[in-house]
Design a protein around this ligand. Sequence first.
Ligand SMILES: N[C@@H]1[C@@H](O)[C@H](O)[C@@H](COP(=O)(O)O)O[C@@H]1O
Length: 247
Amino acid sequence: MKLVIVKDYNDMSKQAAKLIAEEVTRNPKTVLGLATGGTPVGMYRELVSLHQQDGVDFSQAQSFNLDEYVGLPSLHPQSYRTYMNENLFAHINLPEEKTHVPQGDAEDLEAECKRYEQAIAQAGGIDIQVLGIGNNGHIGFNEPGSTKDTTTRVVALTQSTMEANARYFDSIQEVPTQAVSMGIQTILGAKKIILLASGEAKAQAVSQMLEGELTADVPASLLQLHPDVTVIVDEEAASALSAKLRS
Ligand SMILES: N[C@@H]1[C@@H](O)[C@H](O)[C@@H](COP(=O)(O)O)O[C@@H]1O
C-alpha cells in the first residue's frame, strides 16, 4: 500500500480530491466508489470547488456508495443518500440517475443486495473507491469478522460503531442497528482504492491496517491484498505508525 502522510485534515482532503479529479479528467466515464462519514466531507467540498471553479466535469461519470442504513427511507435526514445529496450530488453535474446508493428501506433486502452487486458489475466495476476507516478498523460497514469473500449484504453494526455514529442522531436509540454494505470482495474489486484517515482516534486502526497482520478482525488490513491502494493520513492519524513507515 502506498502511504502519504500530510499535515492536517485540509491537506488530506485536497490531495484526495485532486486524485479523484485527475481520474475523472483522464476517464470521463469513471465509476466512482464513494464513502460517507465525517472524514470525506472536506474532500467533497474540494471536489465541488474543483467542479465550480475549474470546470471538472462529472457529466459522464457514475457513482456507487458503499453503504446505507437499514430502515431509513432515502430522504431521511440521516440517510447516506441525503448525506451524498447535501455534500456532493447537489453541487456537481453528476446526473442523479447515475448515482447509486443501496436502498436501505427496500422490502426485500436480499434482492436489493443482489441488484446492487449486479449494477456495479454492469457498470464495468468501480474505477476508484474512496474509503474512510472506523475506529475498530471497519471499512464501509464491514465490521470485524468480515471475511475477504463477502459481497453486498445486510450487516449488524457493532456497539462502538453505533456510538461513533450517534453524533448524527438525536440519541443512540435512533441509530439503526443494521446496514446494507458492499462487502470486502466488492471493495477489493475496485481498480484503485484511496483510504483517508484524520485524527488521533484513527491512529490505532491505521497502524493495524498497514503494519498488522492480515485478518478479518481488522477488515481494513485485508486491503493489503489489493495492488493499488493509496492511504492518505494526517500526522495525527499516522502517530502510531513505526518510525520506518513515517520516514
Ligand atoms: N459507514 C461509515 C464508514 O464508511 C466510515 O468510514 C466510518 C468512519 O466515519 P468517520 O469518517 O465519521 O470517522 O463511519 C461509518 O461507519
